[in-house]
Write a new protein. Structure first.
Length: 71
């Protein structure tokens, strides 16, 4: 299941994300790369929750940005 999730995120990165325009992620690593790393390091459930938490903080009104590694 972990490999399928990572495949779907990569699919998004390669085929869907370029169609969405020139939006730049506020964080490094990008939110999608963060989710891949979180799933790889923490497992599917916890990694997915960490990725969702990151996505929810990635918006124009957020004061958070910059380097934010998976811990």
């Amino acid at each position: 299941m972990k490999k399928i999730s990572i495949f779907l995120i990569r699919f998004y990165q390669l085929l869907i994300s370029p169609l969405l325009g020139s939006y730049k992620c506020r964080f490094n690593p990008t939110c999608s790369n963060y989710m891949i790393e979180a799933i790889s390091k923490k497992g599917l459930f916890r990694g997915f929750l960490l990725g969702i938490k990151r996505l929810l903080s990635c918006h124009t009104f957020s004061k958070k940005s910059g380097f934010d590694p998976v811990e």
